[in-house]
Design a protein. Structure first.
Length: 216
C-alpha cells in the first residue's frame, strides 16, 4: 500500500471516529468516502469504526467495481455518483445525527433561519425524497438535492455533507446538525424568522473571503 493511500485511509477512519465522538453517528451506521486516483476510497459495510484498519477501506472505481477484502458501504453508489458528478468535491460524509435526522423524518428543507445556512451553499438545505438505502433512486434524489449545495437531508434517513477535504466535510456535517438542533428548538418556542435570499447572497459573498489566507 502506498504511503499516501495509507494516510488517506487512516484519515477516513479518524473521520469516522470523530463522527461518533461528536455525536453525529452511532454504531456502524453512516459512511465516509474520499476521492482517490480514478475512483474513491470508502468505508466497508457493517464494520465497527473502532476496529477498522487501513486494509479494511475499500476502493471503488467510477465504473462501480470494488476491490478490497470487504464489500463497500451499502451507500457506495451515492458516494461514487457525487464524486463523479462534482469535481469541486473530494470527500463525502453520510451520517444519522439526531436533530438532522428528526427534520429529515418530516421531509422538510431547512430554511434560512440562521446565516450559517450559507455554509452549505445556498438559502436552504434541501431534503431529498425518500428512497430505499443503497439504490440508484436514492442516489439520483441526493444529486438533485445537492445541486449548487454541499449538504442535504435524506427523507426518513439522515444527512449528506461534502467538501474539498474530509476535515471540511466533517465540519459541515457538524454545522448542519447544530443548525438542525437550533431550528428544532426555535420551532418549539415559536415561529422562526426566515432571512431573505438577498441577505444569504451577501453572506455567501462574505464567506468567499472569510478565514485565513495569504497576503500575496
Amino acid at each position: 500500500m502506498q504511503d499516501a493511500e495509507r494516510a488517506l485511509k487512516l484519515q477516513i477512519i479518524q473521520t469516522c471516529l470523530d463522527m461518533d465522538r461528536r455525536g453525529l453517528n452511532q454504531g456502524t451506521s453512516g459512511n465516509v468516502s474520499a476521492r482517490w486516483g480514478d475512483g474513491l476510497l470508502v468505508t466497508p459495510s457493517g464494520l465497527s469504526y473502532a476496529t477498522m484498519a487501513p486494509e479494511d477501506i475499500v476502493f471503488v472505481g467510477m465504473d462501480g467495481t470494488a476491490s478490497g477484502r470487504h464489500a463497500p458501504s451499502s451507500e457506495w453508489r451515492f458516494h461514487r455518483d457525487i464524486l463523479r458528478d462534482r469535481p469541486d468535491l473530494s470527500a463525502v460524509i453520510h451520517a444519522h445525527p439526531t436533530y438532522a435526522t428528526a427534520l429529515a423524518m418530516l421531509g422538510e428543507a431547512i430554511p434560512a433561519v440562521h446565516y450559517m445556512i450559507a455554509a452549505a451553499g445556498g438559502s436552504t438545505i434541501r431534503c431529498a425524497p425518500y428512497a430505499t438505502f443503497g439504490t440508484g433512486e436514492l442516489s439520483r434524489h441526493a444529486l438533485d438535492a445537492l445541486q449548487d449545495r454541499t449538504a442535504c437531508l435524506l427523507a426518513n434517513h439522515g444527512l449528506i455533507a461534502c467538501g474539498p477535504s474530509l476535515s471540511r466535510a466533517l465540519w459541515l456535517a457538524e454545522e448542519v446538525e447544530t443548525l438542525s438542533r437550533q431550528y428544532a428548538i426555535a420551532r418549539q418556542i415559536g415561529t422562526p424568522a426566515i432571512l431573505p435570499d438577498e441577505e444569504i447572497a451577501r453572506v455567501l459573498e462574505k464567506f468567499a473571503t472569510y478565514g485565513p489566507r495569504s497576503k500575496d
